[in-house]
Ligand binder design. Structure first.
Ligand SMILES: C[S@@+](CC[C@H](N)C(=O)[O-])C[C@H]1O[C@@H](n2cnc3c(N)ncnc32)[C@H](O)[C@@H]1O
Length: 209
């Protein structure tokens, strides 16, 4: 797909992430993806998990045509066209069950957000947690993926360099401390349930009620 924006990192990490998603997610459900970027993750996961309806979104309207093209090329019944969504927005989309009556049916089984927390102001973390708490059904999970600093662990040199680069690009950006993210989740009623070490010094975190 030469014409579409393409992330080499997303190509490298999509299968390791999928391996974990398959282990932790149930048989079927509806997932809201935050910060889909190029849409590579959405297309890969929807193809591998046909019983999961996948809703990609991004805050940057310029990314939506690329995601829409990937969705069209994938031609999967469970992969929805992208929606514009900034985590800071007070209203997020619902799964769109046309006949949903109960509040729980209007919520998602999973919310997935990769590589956003360090490329957004810190306030986006609270917004993500508050939005997830509003839009996850009971038993649902928020999954985040990316680099984090951990209190007890020596930071990887690659993450230190990445953090420095991020802060030089935008002082409001930077790799977040896992403890701060967990504390922010707790303020919204979410607890860290699982921590998966991933390739290239990344973590996949699973939060639930
Ligand atoms: C590095 S890309 C990650 C893309 C993809 N998730 C991945 O891992 O390859 C970061 C994405 O976060 C999005 N983003 C930044 N701030 C956001 C916000 N407040 N709400 C939603 N998305 C946001 C950007 O538009 C960008 O597409």
């Amino acid at each position: 797909m030469p014409d579409l924006p393409h992330s080499p990192a997303a190509d490298r990490n999509k299968q390791p992430i999928l391996d974990v998603l398959i282990r932790i997610l149930g048989e079927r459900g509806t997932a809201l993806e935050i910060a889909s970027g190029t849409g590579q993750h959405a297309a890969w996961f929807a193809a591998a998990m046909p019983r999961w309806t996948w809703q990609p979104t991004d805050a940057d309207a310029r990314m939506l045509p690329a995601i829409a093209s990937r969705v069209a090329q994938a031609a999967l019944p469970n992969l929805r066209p992208p929606l514009l969504l900034d985590v800071m927005a007070p209203r997020w989309p619902s799964p769109g069950h046309a006949f949903a009556r109960r509040e729980e049916e209007k919520k998602f089984d999973a919310i997935y957000c990769a590589n956003m927390l360090h490329i957004a102001p810190w306030a986006a973390c609270a917004a993500l947690m508050q939005g997830a708490a509003r839009h996850l059904r009971a038993g649902g999970v928020l999954i985040t993926y990316g680099p984090y600093f951990e209190e007890e662990a020596m930071p990887a040199p690659s993450n230190l360099a990445f953090d420095e680069d991020l802060r030089a690009r935008n002082p409001a950006w930077g790799i977040r401390r896992l403890e701060d993210v967990v504390a922010e989740a707790r303020r919204s009623g979410l607890a860290l349930r699982e921590r998966h070490a991933m390739p290239a010094n990344n973590l996949l975190l699973v939060f639930g009620f």
